[in-house]
Design a protein around this ligand. Structure first.
Ligand code: P5A
Length: 421
């Protein structure tokens, strides 16, 4: 990708109305553009990150038997009247009328619709367990949208819905999803902290939130120090709660072991039994031909929130530092002297050679050296290949690690070899 043709409107100015660093950096690096309170357009750098995050999520969901679908963003109110949530959901639901006066809404979540799709097609215990998931836009008319896309009104979520024949099987599914979430977040370079949670508007009786630690998090977490080194299995039982649930009198963690940190909720899983299957008369026939209401769960990951959360946990005073797994590009080539034919031929040679294997951004813009270096640090691609006149005359280019700042000089052939490995 040539930067001269790439739509990444970066800016030096610190935006006045951004309170947290991820919001500032997303605006400055040209990732998002606000169109109304809590509603953002997503520009190419951000789209590439969302796609990396989504790919990891899908791979992990598919591993546990998830089936990817697209439910709809616009739903008929009828399903929500049937489940009893239409009135209960309150003002967070964006309600819409069509030209015939029919009641519709923009999906804040899709439990009802998932149940409706399931009941139309699955009639026997043989069709269970079933997991349906999607990555799709949601709308919640939050009272206080804030911190950019962290708490938006329109946001992207991965939402999954599971159907099992009985409690034992549903519990296994819940545990499988729980562990796959731990893997999902770890693959993005994050340390997930699962905390026992209330199930709120979704309803039910078993629920965990997944947080990542960041000073700007909206929740305060109380957790056992052991959690930071726990195995995936231990994570399910190691003690952690958020502020609403913490009671210092009843805490089972000793003072020495207790950690208190701010966290950002990037995922939330729920088991809620037959709440929706009963309300929506959704059943299958078991081996003996008896009607059984499936036991259900739902599982969310805040995909758009994750983009901001990753930035909160990985940046410095010059800009974003993308973990390699979610970076918009693998490497950026900075041609510092466009008018120097040697710099141009070396840059092009490297660009053409490594583009087969890597996602490469080639900064061929006619701007100052300072601007080019600053933009590369701001956008935060993990590797920079810096091509300057003096170095090229000496037969070398510079390879910079964005995270450590370390710069190594080497021949262009050696750089190419490194990226083709
Ligand atoms: C689980 C999947 C649900 O909606 N129904 C389907 C269940 N859970 S949840 O906790 O309400 O949301 C799941 C995750 O979505 C993110 N999220 C948000 N992201 C940005 N802006 C918002 N306003 C917002 N609200 C929720 C969170 O990461 C949450 O864990």
């Amino acid at each position: 990708m040539l930067f001269s043709k790439f739509f990444a409107p970066t800016s030096k100015e610190d935006p006045a109305d951004a309170a947290i660093i991820s919001h500032k950096l997303m605006l400055r690096s040209g990732m998002i553009s606000q169109t109304a309170s809590g509603i953002y357009c997503w520009l190419p750098v951000a789209v590439r990150v969302i796609e990396k995050i989504s790919k990891i999520i899908c791979e992990e969901q598919d591993k546990i038997g998830g089936n990817r679908v697209y439910f709809t963003t616009i739903q008929s109110a009828d399903l929500w009247i049937e489940s009893g949530r239409y009135d209960a959901y309150g003002k967070e639901m964006l309600r819409i009328k069509d030209r015939k006066g029919g009641n519709f809404l923009y999906s804040p979540t899709n439990e009802e619709q998932a149940t409706d799709v399931f009941r139309k097609y699955v009639k026997s215990y043989r069709g269970l367990p079933t997991i349906l998931y999607q990555i799709h836009w949601k709308f919640r008319d939050e009272i206080r949208p804030r911190f950019g896309v962290m708490r938006g009104r329109e946001f992207l979520m991965k939402d999954a819905y599971s159907f099992d024949i009985d409690f034992e099987s549903a519990k296994k599914t819940y545990e499988k999803v729980f562990k796959s979430y731990v893997q999902t977040f770890k693959r993005m370079g994050l340390i997930p902290i699962p905390v026992q949670a209330d199930s709120g508007a979704i309803g039910g009786n078993m629920s965990h939130e997944f947080h990542i630690l960041a000073d700007t998090g909206e929740s305060t977490l109380y957790y056992d120090k052991k959690l930071l080194s726990a195995s995936d299995d231990e994570l399910m039982t190691t003690f952690a709660v958020s502020d609403e649930k913490y009671d210092s009198q009843k805490s089972i963690i000793s003072k020495e072991e207790l950690m208190i940190s701010k966290g950002i909720e990037v995922g939330h899983v729920f088991y809620f039994g037959t709440k929706y299957s009963k309300a929506m008369n959704t059943f299958v026939l078991d081996e003996k031909g008896k009607k059984v209401f499936p036991e259900m769960g739902s599982y969310g990951i805040g995909v758009s929130r994750l983009v901001a959360a990753i930035i909160e946990s990985s940046h410095d005073d010059r800009g974003i530092i993308w973990p390699e797994a979610v970076s918009p590009f693998d490497v950026v080539i900075l041609n510092l002297h466009l008018k120097n034919s040697k710099c141009c031929s070396v840059a092009l040679k490297i660009y053409e050679a490594i583009s087969f294997k890597k996602e490469v951004l080639y900064d061929d813009r006619d701007i100052t050296v300072g601007e080019k270096l600053a933009d590369a640090d701001l956008i935060g691609i993990p590797w920079q290949i810096i091509i300057g006149q003096k170095k090229v005359d000496n037969g070398v280019v510079e390879l910079k690690n964005r995270k450590t700042g370390e710069i190594i000089e080497m021949s262009s052939d050696k750089v190419i070899d490194g990226f083709l490995k």
